[in-house]
Ligand binder design. Structure first.
Ligand code: FMN
Length: 215
């Protein structure tokens, strides 16, 4: 199940700066990730996924560097990754338990489609690397939202495979690239439940100039 996204207009075409949409408000207010063990087939077909990735990439991006890229794992490629990851974990972490290795052996089998979102900053550019990495994080959330809006469930995981030199080499990442997240997409096998959220009031302060603090 995938609904059409409108085509991108030509560069320079005037566009609306905001579009009120109850459906979009519902999506944002009620968004939930799928549990990492609660995803199954079907997932987006390759052509549907390519469209989702195109939409995901429509993120804020200081100086239009496009400082991210995607590595897609579908079909048998997922099992090949699993086995390679077990070998890397065995080498990198001699203390890895049987259970940890067994978990790794099924990582990419948890969903029919897994997308590694790679933060790929231009470290010589005047746009700070931090800003380029934030843009990669925005891609991860945008991909989840685009997938949710198309009826797919998903979750954003990192786990040890986002922090391993061996995995980075397996994925052919450069020294300055990092895995921003693995986005698992598919069909939820069970509905997620609402979870605790941070106390939002405690996270909001209105700034006032020094000397004019409210009592
Ligand atoms: C960068 C990043 C990495 C994450 N890595 C993991 C992870 O490795 N394992 C995990 O259980 N959840 C991880 N999460 C959390 C889940 O993606 C998810 O946000 C969480 O389960 C809360 O669900 P919600 O998205 O519906 O609020 C990560 C989230 C982010 C932003």
């Amino acid at each position: 199940m995938t609904y059409d996204f409108p085509s991108a207009p030509s560069v320079g075409v005037p566009m609306k700066p905001a579009q009120a949409s109850q459906a979009a408000r519902d999506l944002l207010a009620l968004r939930r990730s799928a549990g990492k063990r609660a995803l199954n087939s079907p997932g987006p077909a390759p052509a549907q996924l390519d469209r989702l990735l195109e939409i995901a990439a429509r993120v804020p991006d200081h100086r239009r560097l496009g400082p991210w890229r995607f590595i897609v794992f579908e079909g048998d490629a997922r099992e090949h990754f699993n086995q390679a990851a077990v070998n890397i974990q065995t080498h990198e972490d001699p203390d890895a338990s049987h259970q940890m290795l067994a978990d790794t052996a099924s990582y990419f089998s948890r969903a029919p489609v897994v997308i590694a979102v790679i933060s790929s900053p231009d470290t010589a550019h005047k746009t700070p690397v931090w800003e380029q990495q934030l843009s990669a994080g925005a891609v991860c959330l945008n991909l989840l939202l685009a997938a949710n809006a198309s009826g797919w469930a998903g979750c954003w995981l990192t786990e040890w495979i986002a922090y391993s030199r061996g995995i980075n080499a397996l994925l052919n990442l450069s020294d300055t690239e990092r895995v921003a997240g693995y986005i698992y997409l598919g069909t939820a096998t069970e509905p997620p439940q609402e979870r605790m959220r941070p106390d939002i009031d405690g996270k909001i302060r209105r700034w006032t100039p020094v000397g004019e603090e409210r009592q």
